[in-house]
Design a protein around this ligand. Structure first.
Ligand code: B1M
Length: 212
């Protein structure tokens, strides 16, 4: 679809205004928000990563593209989230310590919210104690951690350990995800589950909490 191609290109080039304009057009034409997300926004960020790997893009270009992506995501949010559904459980979500990537985390958060989960967003660069405090003080049922860097994924284990040390590990389910994460890594660190993308994170959370 031509609109998807325009949105994808505008994100890659960091043109937030063009993204805004064309996501609005797509929505006005009753294009499904999930389709816009999967056909235009997500492929655009994959392309940005590719350009970075090839040395065509540097951090500033990635940052500008990320801002354009977020503009599109903000417009899609009301269509992906139904504000009137009852809470199916409480999820504390963050990108782990040392990691500032938040687009995937925000997407997972948004999809969980859309499925009826209450979200406690702990932001980015979240140290293990932040998760421990959320479980202890806010009645959280699920700890959800995202990592995009091979150097920060190891911090997930620190959170699992911190929950154990605080005597809270059995009170919560721990789920993890992000580009470098695998099921084998989840097993290795003692997480309850891994999901490769946002929609599977919803299925996983529902299964772990036995919510239909
Ligand atoms: Co960064 N970056 N970055 N970056 N960046 C990557 C991750 C990288 C793969 C690029 C590359 O080399 N091809 C590479 C990591 C290499 C590695 O570790 N192996 C990299 C690097 C090296 C860096 C810096 C170190 C660069 C530098 O400074 N020299 C630096 C680190 C900063 C830090 O965090 N401390 C850095 C910085 C940045 C920006 C700030 C410029 C920007 C982030 C802006 C922001 O997020 N606000 C940025 C970006 C944009 C990227 C890429 C291009 C795009 C990431 C993204 O948003 N993808 C990325 C390349 C890539 O991923 N191909 C790259 C779209 C998003 C929807 O996908 O986040 O994977 P993703 O989320 C998916 C799934 O992974 C999953 O669901 C999501 C949607 O379906 N998922 C979960 C994610 N979390 C989940 C949690 C779950 C379940 C599923 O359960 C809890």
């Amino acid at each position: 679809m031509e609109t998807f191609e325009t949105i994808r290109k505008a994100i890659v080039e960091g043109q937030a205004k063009v993204v805004e304009e064309h996501v609005k057009i797509a929505l006005e034409n009753n294009t499904d928000a999930g389709t816009i997300l999967h056909e235009a926004l997500i492929p655009a960020m994959a392309e940005v990563g590719q350009l970075y790997e090839e040395g065509e893009y540097f951090v500033p270009e990635m940052l500008i593209a990320a801002r354009a992506m977020k503009t599109g995501l903000a417009l899609l949010k009301p269509y992906l989230v139904d504000a009137n559904i009852q809470s199916a459980g409480k999820v504390a979500i963050a990108t782990v310590q040392g990691d500032l990537h938040d687009i995937g985390k925000n997407l997972v958060s948004l999809m969980l919210e859309g499925a009826g989960f209450e979200i406690v967003d702990l932001g980015v660069n979240a140290e293990p104690e932040k998760f421990v405090d959320a479980v202890r003080d806010q009645g959280v049922n699920v700890v959800a951690m995202s990592a995009l860097l091979t150097t920060t994924m190891t911090r997930m284990k620190d959170t699992v350990n911190a929950l154990q040390q605080a005597g809270l590990r059995d009170n919560v389910k721990v789920i993890i995800g992000g580009a470098p994460i695998t099921q084998a890594f989840a097993d290795e660190i003692g997480a309850d589950g891994y999901a490769p993308d946002a929609s599977q994170a919803v299925t996983l959370t529902k299964n772990l909490l036995a919510v239909s």
